[in-house]
Design a protein around this ligand. Structure first.
Ligand SMILES: Cc1cc2nc3c(=O)[nH]c(=O)nc-3n(C[C@H](O)[C@H](O)[C@H](O)COP(=O)(O)OP(=O)(O)OC[C@H]3O[C@@H](n4cnc5c(N)ncnc54)[C@H](O)[C@@H]3O)c2cc1C
Length: 457
C-alpha cells in the first residue's frame, strides 16, 4: 500500500471544499494540499443547485454572511470577465396579502441596523423611484429591497404574475451565477498554485501526530494519505466523515427536487426575476387525481394545504429559452444516497402549484416537453438552518458544510471563513456563530429556535 503526505487534506471537491482550497492557496499561501473526492469535482449536490443567490434572510448574521459571499463572487466576476455569468435581477417574493405586517417585520429583522437604509416602500399613489429589473447586469442593479404595494405598479413590473398579487418584496442584491464555472475558476487557481486533486473515497481516518486517511480508488486499490490537518467538506456525508473521527454533528439531510424545461410557449418573460410564491396553497387537482392521491398514505399530504415557497426563473440568460422550477416542501430527513430517489409525480406537483403565481405555466400541465429534466439532491442542514464552518472537536480537523439550500451562494464566504480559521487569520464578526461553538450559546440558540422562518427556500 502506497503512502503519501500533505499539509492539508480536504474531503469533498464540491463547491465548498473547492472554495476552502481556493482561499487557503490564494489568501494564506497554503498550497501543499490535496482535494479528495470519490467522484467528479462538483459532481454531487453542487451539480444540482438552482444557482441562485440572495441576501434575504430572517437574521442579520446570515445576511452579513451571504453579503460577504456576494462581494467575493463579484471579485471573481470582475477578475474573470464575468465567466461565472453573474446576473442580478433580484428575487421577487409575491403574496396576495395587502398588508403583510409579519413579512415586513421579518424583512426589517433580517437587515438589522441597516434596514431603514435598505428597505424602500412603494405604496399606492406614491410609486415613484422603483426601478424594474430591465437589465441582468449585476453592476447595474440597485441594492436594498423594494416593497411594491401598488397594484398598478405590480402589474406593470411583473406582467406574468396573477392579478391577485397585492405585495411584492423585490430583493435587489440577488440573482444567479454559474456554480460550475465558479468551481472551475477556483480549481484552475488551486492547480496553478500547486494544489492537487485525488480521486478516491475516504473510508476511515486514524488520528495521531498526523491524520492517516485510508483511501480507496475506483478500481479498489487502497492507499494511505497522511495529513497534518483535514477539512470535512463532504456535503451530505459530513456526518459520516465526522463519525470517522468519533464525532457527531447536529445535521440531517432532506431531499429536494427541481425541474427544468424549454419554455417553448414563452410562458415566462425572460426578464422575470427569480420569483417565489410566498403563500401556502392547496393544489388544484382534478377530482379524480385528488381521490387517487388521498387514497395513498404516501401522497395524501399533497391533497392538503402545502407550504409557500414555490419558485420559478428563466435559465440561460436573456437569449436562453429554458426555465427552472423548484419547491422545497419536503421536510422529512432521510439517509443520503448518491442516487437520490426522486418522487415521480414531482414535475406535476410543481407545475400545478407554480401556475398559481404564473398562470401562463398551466399550459404545460400534462404536456411537459420531452426533454424536461427532473433532478434532486440533499439539503444537509442543522435544525436552525445555519452552517457549520470552523474547527471540529478533534484537534487539526475542520468542517465546512451543512449549507442546506444556500451552499452555492455562500461557498465563497464559507471557504474564506474556513481558510481563515485554519490560518489563524482575522475572522469576520459572525465566525463563532457559524461554527459548532454556537451550540454552547444558549441565548442565540433560543433566539434561533423562536424564529418563525428559518430561511429555507
Ligand atoms: C435541488 C437543490 C437546489 C439548490 N439550489 C441552490 C441555489 O439555488 N442556491 C444555492 O446557493 N444553493 C442551492 N442548493 C444548495 C447547494 O447546492 C449546496 O449547499 C452545495 O452544493 C453544497 O456543496 P458541498 O460542497 O457542501 O457538497 P457537495 O457538492 O455534495 O460536495 C461534497 C463532495 O464530497 C464528496 N464526498 C463525500 N464523502 C466522501 C468520502 N468519504 N470520500 C471522498 N469524497 C467524499 C462527494 O463525492 C461530493 O462531491 C441547492 C441544493 C439542491 C439539492
Amino acid at each position: 500500500m502506497s503512502a503519501d503526505s500533505t499539509d492539508v487534506a480536504i474531503i469533498g471537491a464540491g463547491i465548498v471544499g473547492i472554495s476552502v482550497a481556493h482561499y487557503l492557496c490564494t489568501r494564506h499561501r497554503v498550497t501543499n494540499l490535496v482535494l479528495i473526492d470519490s467522484g467528479d469535482p462538483m459532481g454531487l449536490t453542487s451539480a444540482k443547485s438552482g444557482e441562485n443567490y440572495r441576501n434575504w434572510w430572517p437574521h442579520p448574521v446570515m445576511t452579513a454572511f451571504t453579503d460577504d459571499s456576494t462581494t467575493l463572487m463579484e471579485e471573481i466576476a470582475r477578475a474573470s470577465g464575468n465567466r461565472i455569468n453573474m446576473t442580478r435581477r433580484g428575487y421577487a417574493l409575491a403574496t396576495r396579502r395587502a398588508e403583510p405586517a409579519d413579512l415586513l417585520a421579518e424583512l426589517h429583522a433580517g437587515y438589522g441596523t441597516d434596514a431603514a437604509r435598505r428597505i424602500r416602500i412603494h405604496r399606492h399613489g406614491a410609486p415613484a423611484g422603483y426601478r424594474p429589473a430591465t437589465s441582468a447586469d449585476w453592476q447595474d442593479a440597485p441594492d436594498g429591497v423594494d416593497v411594491l404595494m401598488d397594484h398598478a405598479l405590480i402589474r406593470a413590473s411583473f406582467p406574468s404574475f396573477s392579478p391577485e398579487i397585492a405585495t411584492v418584496l423585490h430583493i435587489r442584491r440577488a440573482g444567479d451565477i454559474s456554480g460550475q464555472q465558479l468551481g472551475q475558476f477556483m480549481l484552475e487557481a488551486i492547480r496553478a498554485a500547486g494544489g492537487r486533486l485525488r480521486r478516491a473515497r475516504v473510508g476511515a481516518i486514524a488520528p495521531g501526530a498526523s491524520f492517516a486517511l485510508s483511501l480507496v480508488d475506483a478500481d479498489g486499490a487502497q492507499a494511505v494519505l497522511r495529513a497534518d490537518r483535514i477539512v470535512n467538506a463532504a456535503g451530505p456525508f459530513i456526518g459520516e466523515v465526522a463519525a470517522m473521527l468519533g464525532e457527531a454533528l447536529p445535521v440531517s439531510c432532506v431531499l429536494q427536487q427541481k425541474i427544468a424545461f424549454e419554455d417553448r410557449e414563452q410562458a415566462i418573460p425572460r426578464s422575470m426575476p427569480f420569483s417565489i410564491d410566498l403563500d401556502p396553497q392547496e393544489i388544484a387537482w382534478t377530482g379524480e387525481e385528488r381521490a387517487l392521491l388521498a387514497a395513498d398514505p404516501e401522497t395524501v399530504a399533497l391533497t392538503r394545504q402545502m407550504p409557500g415557497g414555490i419558485h420559478c426563473r428563466p435559465d440561460g440568460g436573456d437569449r436562453g429559452s429554458w426555465i427552472k422550477l423548484g419547491w422545497a416542501f419536503n421536510q422529512a430527513p432521510s439517509v443520503p444516497s448518491r442516487e437520490p430517489p426522486l418522487i415521480p409525480h414531482f414535475p406535476d406537483i410543481v407545475l400545478r402549484a407554480a401556475g398559481r403565481l404564473n398562470p401562463s405555466l398551466r399550459v404545460y400541465i400534462g404536456k411537459l416537453p420531452r426533454r424536461a429534466t427532473h433532478y434532486g439532491g440533499y439539503y444537509c442542514m442543522t435544525p436552525e438552518n445555519w452552517p457549520l464552518i470552523g474547527p471540529m472537536r478533534t484537534q487539526g480537523a475542520f468542517v465546512a458544510g451543512a449549507l442546506s439550500g444556500y451552499g452555492t451562494m455562500s461557498a465563497c464566504a464559507s471557504g474564506a471563513l474556513c481558510a481563515a480559521w485554519m490560518a489563524g487569520a482575522a475572522l469576520p464578526s459572525y465566525a463563532h456563530q457559524l461554527g459548532l461553538g454556537r451550540q454552547q450559546d444558549a441565548a442565540l440558540m433560543a433566539e434561533l429556535a423562536a424564529l418563525r422562518s428559518k430561511g429555507v427556500l
